[in-house]
Design a binder for this molecule. Structure first.
Ligand code: ADP
Ligand code: ZN
Length: 215
């Protein structure tokens, strides 16, 4: 199965993707994670992307498109994938369509996680992540057992710079300006399913397990 997860920052794309990956053994491909790894190890890509990420703006399309062209050709993507954070613009969506066509593949489904802006600010403002393994915590909903220390790997649990409220508001503005056009784009192609992001954590799994989708 090849699917795209859409939704504003904080809708829970990463969490849902992890559950789907576990159930179906798909590759979980997160552009945000790939970019952050590149920033961490100071690659050319990371250096080019960092200032956009820190400001909550989108990294330019050609940079992202080249990065994903390589990523989608790696072996693990061959048996299916979940795209988390890509595409983010109509240009990226068109490019993804071209690339999949070249590979003789197509998308099976696009899931839109719906959530209000205020709920996003509540979720992301309290989000903390493990700087070592990427585990996600929330100061109110799911704190680490020992403050600042990851339950699973002992790494340090921090707040991402782009989870500061002013940057969250900017990310939401970018989402409404650019990414929300993808809803219409995929609706026209009859690929879109809407899922309430405030609902049960397995809501996406339930949605894609409905009989229409062939694994
Ligand atoms: P979010 O929680 O906002 O969905 P991500 O972890 O997916 O954040 O992405 C973090 C940052 O990486 C974005 O704010 C943006 O700067 C950059 N980024 C990620 N994916 C893309 C993309 N497909 N196109 C452009 N920029 C991207
Ligand atoms: Zn950890």
């Amino acid at each position: 199965m090849r699917m795209v997860l859409l939704g504003p920052p904080g809708a829970g794309k990463g969490t849902q993707a992890a559950a789907i990956k576990k159930r179906f053994g798909l590759a979980h491909i997160s552009t945000g994670d790939i970019l952050r790894e590149n920033v961490k190890s100071c690659t050319r890509l990371g250096l080019a992307a960092k200032r956009y990420m820190d400001a909550g703006r989108l990294v330019p399309d050609d940079t992202i498109i080249n990065m994903m062209r390589e990523r989608l050709r790696e072996d693990d993507a061959g048996s299916g994938f979940i795209l988390d954070g890509y595409p983010r613009t109509v240009a990226q969506a068109e490019e993804l369509g071209v690339l999949l066509k070249e590979m003789g593949l197509c998308l099976d489904t696009v899931v839109l996680l719906e959530i209000s802006d205020d709920d996003v600010v509540g979720r992301l403002g309290g989000r903390r992540v493990c700087s070592n393994c990427g585990a996600i915590y929330h100061v109110a909903g799911h704190p680490a057992e020992k403050e600042g220390i990851c339950d699973s790997c002992g790494g340090s649990v921090i707040q991402r710079g782009d989870d500061m409220e002013s940057v969250i508001r900017e990310r939401l503005a970018v989402y409404h300006a650019e990414t929300s056009q993808l809803v219409e784009y995929y609706e026209k192609r009859r690929l879109l399913r809407r899922v309430d992001a405030a609902g049960p954590t397995d809501a996406v799994l339930t949605s894609i397990e409905s009989p229409k989708v062939i694994m």
